[in-house]
Design a protein around this ligand. Sequence first.
Ligand code: C2E
Ligand code: CA
Ligand code: CA
Ligand code: CA
Length: 279
Amino acid sequence: ADRALYTAKLTGRDRCVLDDLDNVDLTRDLARALAAGEVRAWLQPIVSPQDGSVSGWEALARWEHPTRGPVPPNRFIPLAESTGLIHELGSAILADACRAANQIRLAWRREFLLTVNVSGRQLTAPGYAEGLFEILRETGFPADLLVVEVTESLLDGTSLEALRALEALRRRGVCVAIDDFGTGYSAFSRLDVLPADYLKLDQEFIAGITTSPRRAAMLQALLQLAHALGIAVIAEGVETREQGDMLAGFGCPLVQGYHFGRPVDPADVLDQGPKASDA
Ligand code: C2E
Ligand code: CA
Ligand code: CA
Ligand code: CA
């Protein structure tokens, strides 16, 4: 609290210096936390909007800091990217998520997709694909149930390494999802050449579908286009029943959002067991 008061009195440049110092602290802590297994994969269900049954899980990184409490991914992921810790973090999350998803498969006697977020810096690092398959071997999670989520900007054609890395994964059965589609300038015109099996429609795109008829028309057209191209759509950030009903009515195959389920500790998924629709 003292520090907050003190920070409030500082002006621009000084405050930047304080932020830098805090980033140095947090980076050192993140390295320690990774070594200690403090950064974990939580899972958010990806469900069918028709009946709410679970088809997969998205792995989302969670860091419960011993003194700071939970640190949000939007804080520590960019830090991990800028310091190079993202490689270690990515491996830790992938391994943790594969182990958890395997336990759920066994307990529920059902198959699921597992999606993991991969940043550009990870994907283009030498040996990325080998490291990923090594983790799949170690954990026993099947390659053809794994989906890597990448953002569209990575695939703008300028990074040949990124495209090559994705093709190496796809050749061996791993699927690719384009994350955050519908934000910024999304390239509808390049959907036919993107190495994509799934398209994740961003929350920003979904937010207006029940209030704006024009937005709803875009959604419907996009679903038809993706279907014609053999790309499965996952609508993200679905927060209301009305949105879920509209997506089901339009034939959207998969949805994700607080209305259907929040990210949870995998231990709680195992404790609670499947819902009736998943049994
Ligand atoms: P993202 O990949 O777009 O993940 C979706 C975010 O939306 C998650 O935030 C999730 O908790 C949140 N969310 C899900 N449903 C709803 C909803 O109905 N309403 C609202 N308002 N939010 C919803 P989270 O977990 O804080 O993660 C933020 C971002 O951090 C992710 O965005 C992703 O870009 C990044 N991230 C998280 N885990 C990892 C990771 O393991 N590796 C990498 N490279 N990035 C990660
Ligand atoms: Ca994602
Ligand atoms: Ca997303
Ligand atoms: Ca996002």
